[in-house]
Design a protein around this ligand. Structure first.
Ligand code: C2E
Ligand code: MG
Ligand code: MG
Ligand code: MG
Length: 285
């Protein structure tokens, strides 16, 4: 029947499929305009060192304030950006904005803070990335050396040699690298050993369950021990309660990030909120 209508028609099997397709196209069209109309923003979430409660860094998290859809969470549009080949230009915006913010924070006296930027596989494999970072390091010389990149574990499993080569280009430029959402992907420990990474971020799903579920607890404590034994830093994501923080501290987890300390903070409020968040001893409240 599709053929009878002549040539290259897309055949939909149900109204539902057609609606999903249309929604996707509309989302893609809106996202194409979002960059042009500056509807993207960064929110920054504090990272706290358990041992002394010092604020050591921030993770940059992309936000889209759409005039028609409202605030759209990244899980709903990052995959569309990737599919539509928009992740690289939007990612450039995230990276440059992070350099700007870090420079501003340094001018406000936050001289040792790091900013961690999430990088998708397309960005990691983009041959233009190293030159872009070289330019930004020149333009924002004070920020250079204080930026990190987070790579989601689930995206690291294919083409290991190419991934490692791309990672090395970043390492050579002084960026620290983190594996994000650790425990949810398929990367084996032998890959991990070959990869030039500095930081492992344990996925929040394990932290959520760690005090109710023996398996999650065992995964958390043994991952912390293994990561530290490898000489890497370990971050727990999704820390929401004092009880979780206490247990993570007891098991020598280095750093925590989560709603207990702070939700992600809009870029325009960051200086004020960090100043408010720190007590006289420079400890996070
Ligand atoms: P992620 O990199 O694992 O970031 C952590 C996510 O956990 C963030 O969600 C953060 O808001 C959330 N979170 C932090 N603490 C807690 C907590 O205590 N409880 C709960 N329930 N959630 C917590 P968000 O901002 O919605 O981002 C989702 C994902 O989108 C990120 O996960 C990251 O994979 C991706 N993403 C965000 N920004 C970017 C970006 O600029 N580029 C790329 N490629 N991906 C990004
Ligand atoms: Mg991340
Ligand atoms: Mg994560
Ligand atoms: Mg994630």
């Amino acid at each position: 029947q599709a053929k009878a209508r002549g040539g290259n028609v897309v055949h939909f099997y149900s109204q539902q499929m057609f609606d999903a397709f249309q929604n996707r196209l509309a989302l893609e069209a809106d996202l194409k305009l979002a960059l042009l109309h500056q509807q993207f923003d960064l929110h920054l979430q504090p990272q706290i060192r358990f041992a002394d409660r010092k604020l050591i860094g921030l993770e940059a998290l992309l936000r889209w304030q759409s005039p028609s859809r409202g605030m759209v969470p990244p899980d709903e549009f990052i995959s569309v950006l990737e599919y539509a080949q928009l992740m690289i230009p939007v990612g450039y915006w995230v990276i440059e904005k992070s350099y700007q913010l870090l420079t501003e924070l340094q001018q406000q006296g936050f001289s040792e803070l790091t900013i961690a930027i999430n990088l998708s596989t397309a960005q990691l494999n983009d041959p233009a990335l190293p030159a872009l970072l070289d330019r930004l390091n020149q333009r924002y010389p004070q920020a250079a050396g204080y930026l990190e990149f987070e790579l989601t574990e689930s995206l690291l499993a294919n083409n290991i040699p190419a991934t490692i080569a791309s990672m090395q280009l970043l390492k050579a430029r002084g960026f620290r690298l983190a594996i994000d959402d650790f425990g949810t992907g398929y990367s084996s420990l032998s890959y991990l050993r070959q990869m030039p990474v500095d930081i492992i971020k344990i996925d929040k799903s394990f932290v959520f369950g760690m005090l109710d579920n023996q398996a999650d607890f065992d995964i958390i404590t043994s991952t912390i021990a293994m990561v530290r034994k490898l000489g890497l830093e370990v971050v727990a994501e999704g820390v929401e309660t004092q009880a979780q923080a206490k247990t993570l501290t007891q098991h020598a987890c280095d750093i925590g990030q989560g709603y207990l300390f702070s939700k992600p903070i809009p870029a325009k409020d960051i200086v004020q909120r960090l100043q408010d968040g720190l007590d006289q001893d420079g400890q996070w409240r």
